[in-house]
Design a protein around this ligand. Sequence first.
Ligand code: UDP
Length: 329
Amino acid sequence: MAVLVCGGAGYIGSHTVLELIDMGQNVIVVDNLEKGHKSAVGGAKLYIGDLRDSEFMKKVFTENEIESIIDFAAYSLVGESVSDPLKYYHNNVTSTICLLENMKKYGVEYIVFSSTAATYGEPENIPILESDRTLPTNPYGETKLTVERALKWADNAYGIKYASLRYFNAAGAHISGNIGEDHSPETHLIPIIMQVALGQRDAISIFGNDYSTPDGTCIRDYIHVTDLSTAHILALDKLKKTNESIICNLGNGKGFSVKEVIDIAREVTGRNIKEAVAPRRQGDPAVLVASSEKAQTELGWEPKYAQLETIIETAWNWHKSHPNGYNDK
Ligand code: UDP
């Protein structure tokens, strides 16, 4: 029996594939390699193609005995989703709907779905609970929430059991330094800071210093990518044991401002990281911090790399040894 990892060549997907392989699981990866990297997949069996291609997916489902699915395949840039929402609906919603149709067709019962803190929009309370209002402020969050709703109805009608995991800010790299974050273009805070530390960029732009936070910059909850991977694997176990769907936040429950992240990166790297204040980025809430109590009690999840210093150390280790990322495009 195999676990199918959709988007397994991407950042969080590849870290999860590695954990599954280390556990001795049979892993099948589907990725169209539009964003993912072939070299990130390691020893897993890779099918290169699109979830919306029914002939291609027929091959994947008939050639393997798939018992469960972890679905990471999606676009995830908030800004791009605002400027090109249909691209996001087509990829993030249609792809997962096609996957659910195949689950129904081939009798696969369990799916762990990558959701996001962006499903909440502007938070009502900090820390954010799973029961809080979901009101996305951008198409990225909206597409993820749309899939969550489809999952609920697919469970109701076909008995497909799902775990929807709402990530806060995924960060860091595998402790081995062999796989890490490589986006093109890069838009995320920590990898951009690493590029400044490496001398590949002049300065990190701070998107707004007039928020109502102690130092005026946005506060986020950074969670190590391997801790996210572990949560996916625990969620799959939980689904199989209880046969009950679940929605969980995944974060550390502690927020850091953009300035604090830059300061910690200066300490970790020992490099002079220049900063410059830039205008606010559209759609950025001032503070996003998770309550992860539910994941801890329901999944038995405990973040292992909770310290931001450790998260940044692992990122630095990856970026130093791979200054041009995977370099496989
Ligand atoms: N950010 C920033 N400069 C950058 C990139 C990001 O100031 O070059 C800020 C951004 O406004 C947000 C935080 O860093 O408050 C984290 O942004 P990122 O894009 O990494 O993740 P997001 O919160 O959008 O998921």
